[in-house]
Design a protein around this ligand. Structure first.
Ligand code: RIB
Length: 313
């Protein structure tokens, strides 16, 4: 087996407080939910865990608060074997938290309070520079300051390290500071907010991806939930279909896609193959409750991959 992929995530770590409910309260109303789950999350942390479960060596660069959740978050990373040398506790600040509400069909609504994630600065990237220079791929999302994201994209470019930018959650950003990334990977909602173009049909997805390429991005992967993903570059776009599953909780599926895709690409798989596999990895994550705890281990993923491939022949 080839050397393990080496992935770094410069990003967020949250504690997820997930409530499962049939209906949402109206203003002033109190309702009973069905059940509750407390778990480790945050888009950056989830991507790191997905990459690790897929077999990569993973370095996390992050900040957590000096509360109950901060220390526990670091222990959680360590329990997966993720390098936490550059995960720092910030005194007097809360760890990022995410109240999540999940409907019976698995669809989720999330509010993120960034807390310590907002304190991750370019100086933290400099402090981790020696370790970052040794990785194949750096992954970024939008739950840390944009200034740090722009700085890390430049760092990756200067050091010839593959860089994946996942603009989640979508906020207005200076795209010219992101286009040096090798991959820009929004979902439909994020792509709509960033481009102002609708993404309701495969044709609209193609047009939206073309719009992002016109802004200077090299490769765009638009994730389309249960419809799979669309990859676009200078030579055109290709739709990579999803794998059908019965979803119970879609939280973290986008993160599962990104973390696993980074590993499959770093292992040298072709882009279509890597995206197809990441589609399945993400789909499998929706069949369990929570974010990180629903991500499959590599061996379980490979068993499902072999089964689904043989069924489709
Ligand atoms: O993508 C899912 C993640 O979004 C959750 O883990 C939550 O923490 C928010 O960051």
């Amino acid at each position: 087996m080839a050397n393990a992929a080496r992935i770094a995530v410069v990003g967020s770590a949250n504690t997820d407080l997930t409530t499962f409910t049939d209906v949402f309260p109206r203003p002033g109303e109190t309702l009973f939910g069905k059940s509750f789950d407390l778990g480790f999350g945050g888009k950056g942390a989830n991507q790191a865990v997905a990459a690790r479960l897929c077999g990569a060596q993973v370095l996390m660069v992050a900040k957590v608060g000096s509360d109950l959740f901060g220390e526990a978050t670091i222990r959680n990373f360590a329990s997966f074997g993720i390098d936490t040398t550059h995960v720092q506790i910030i005194e007097g600040v809360s760890t990022g938290v995410a109240p999540i509400f999940v409907e019976p069909n698995g669809q989720n609504r999330i509010i993120v309070v960034k807390g310590a994630n907002d304190r991750l600065t370019p100086a933290d990237v400099d402090a981790a520079a020696d370790a970052l220079r040794r990785v194949d791929t750096i992954i970024l999302q939008f739950e840390i300051p944009l200034e740090t994201i722009y700085y890390t994209v430049r760092f990756a470019r200067a050091n010839k390290i593959r860089c994946i930018v996942n603009p989640a959650p979508a906020i207005p950003a200076e795209l010219e500071n992101l286009i040096a990334a090798d991959y820009f990977i929004p979902n439909e909602t994020e792509a709509e907010l960033i481009t102002g173009q609708p993404v309701r049909t495969p044709e609209e997805a193609s047009l939206c991806a073309a719009g992002l390429l016109a802004k200077g991005f090299q490769r765009v992967v638009l994730t389309l939930g249960a419809r799979g993903a669309l990859v676009a570059g200078a030579t055109g776009s290709t739709h990579v279909p999803a794998f059908p599953v019965t979803a119970v909780d879609t939280s973290g599926a986008g993160d599962a896609f990104i973390g696993s895709l980074a590993v499959f690409l770093a292992e040298g798989l072709s882009e279509p193959d890597a995206i197809a596999r990441a589609n399945l990895y993400a789909a499998l994550s929706t069949t369990g409750v929570g974010t990180q705890k629903s991500f499959p281990k590599r061996a379980d993923f490979e068993a499902q991959w072999a089964r689904r491939r043989s069924e489709s022949r």
